[in-house]
Design a protein around this ligand. Structure first.
Ligand code: ARG
Length: 404
């Protein structure tokens, strides 16, 4: 029986060419699977037709937009996930979801091989394959770009030779990955890390420096999950989608950074994640109001590890599951509203309210009639400073002995 390959299909040149190429190299039937994670752009029927036109025996398009928003983006909000304190994990969040759907397709079609278009230099190969190792270790993996040293030029030559129904002329100088959570742009002139990004490379956000009126939005959270904008409840996808437009119109969410890839390379990346940056800013502030101090301090370290695990392709790992149990427990009381001013490239918190918060006006106020008993403070500070006081006295003694 001919073997079957499930290919993670984007509709682009490389994965289109991979269809006949894999069929030839592996003497196998190719099933193209495209996952809609809100990347927009091309019509999904056109993508399906192209896959079939390139020789796929079957082509499927999975609408995973709501699932992506609710089960991948929102957990990242709960974890305030910013890799290297900046990158909201745009590509890293989508890969484990894509893997999940590839595995389902492989099961459905009886495929024994899974294929993806990643090169050997990036994180995405790791995310695909570590995900597959966790969910379906019996599947073989073939990555033509990496394993058969496939290049752009070879792909174009092959496409022309086979007369594939794809346009080989519209080649972007950048490598772009995009989804509901944002956009990642790399390569081209950006590889010189002194070169500033040009306005052209952005698609989700307008120039932050352009003069315009500020926008204001109120985001409602329940147990750490965003549920409404300006009081109107929305599905996870719609909420992120609308906020992308509003925050993007104010130039919010642009990030230009040099990043540590898992494979050891430092790479220049330009991102835009308008909703991602706005939601994380709002969520962090609501945590400031609702989390007990020690829990909040400890969670910062947990958040950082969570982000690193997601970045490093360990989405389906035991440590991530364990950290999520902690995070879920912390989110119980993260309820309330945060008001953001969206303007000039920044999402600035201007107000917060919560029925489950720990902010106590009567304790905090400097006005008459506060409930804070200041007489307790003297003894508290005395004992709090005692260890330092003892150490300082010891150091003085030691200095005096050295001098003698
Ligand atoms: N460096 C980013 C990451 O590892 C973005 C990767 C984008 N992928 C791409 N194929 N252009 O998450």
């Amino acid at each position: 029986m001919t073997e079957k390959v499930v290919l993670a299909y984007s509709g682009g040149l490389d994965t289109s060419v991979a269809i006949p190429y894999l069929a030839e190299q592996l003497d196998a039937e190719v099933i193209a699977v495209a996952i809609d994670v809100g990347q927009g752009g091309e019509d999904l029927d056109a993508i399906r037709e192209r896959a079939l036109g390139c020789g796929a025996v079957a082509a499927e398009v999975v609408d995973a937009r709501e699932e992506f928003a609710a089960e991948y983006c929102f957990p990242a909000v709960a974890a305030n996930a910013l890799y290297m304190d900046r990158y909201p994990l745009v590509s890293a969040l989508s890969r484990p979801l894509i893997v999940k759907h590839l595995v389902a397709a492989a099961q459905k079609h009886g495929a024994t091989i899974v294929s993806h278009g990643c090169t050997g230099k990036g994180n995405d190969q790791v995310r695909f394959e570590a995900g597959l190792a966790a969910l379906a270790p019996h599947l073989k993996i073939v990555a033509p770009a990496r394993d058969f040293a496939w290049t752009r030029d070879k792909a174009i030559a092959f496409a022309e030779e086979k007369n594939l129904p794809i346009d080989v002329t519209t080649k972007s100088p950048y490598s772009i990955d995009q989804n509901l959570w944002g956009r990642a742009v790399e390569t081209g002139f950006l590889e010189d890390i002194w070169n500033g990004p040009i306005e052209d490379i952005y698609a989700y956000s307008d120039d932050p420096a352009a003069p315009r009126e500020a926008d204001e939005v109120v985001i409602t959270f329940e147990s750490g999950r965003p549920v409404a904008l300006d009081g109107a409840r929305k599905s996870a996808f719609d909420l992120v989608d609308e906020l992308n437009r509003r925050a993007g119109a104010q130039g919010i969410g642009r990030i230009d950074m040099v990043e540590d890839r898992l494979v050891g390379i430092k790479s220049r990346e330009v991102y835009e994640s308008p909703a991602g940056i706005a939601l994380i800013a709002a969520h962090m502030e609501l945590e400031n109001v609702t989390l007990e101090r020690e829990q909040a301090r400890f969670k910062r370290g947990v958040d950082q590890r969570w982000g690193e695990l997601a970045y490093d392709g360990l989405w389906y790992s035991p440590l991530k599951t364990s950290l999520e149990a902690f995070i879920a427990d912390t989110q119980t009381h993260v309820n309330g509203e945060v008001r953001l001013s969206l303007h000039a490239g920044k999402a600035t918190v201007t107000g917060r309210r919560s029925d489950t918060g720990l902010y106590d006006f009567d304790l905090a106020t400097y006005d008459e009639g506060d409930t804070f008993d200041q007489s307790n403070a003297r003894g508290f500070v005395e004992l709090w400073s005692l260890p330092s006081k003892l150490a300082a006295a010891r150091n003085e003694r030691a200095k005096a002995e050295d001098a003698a």
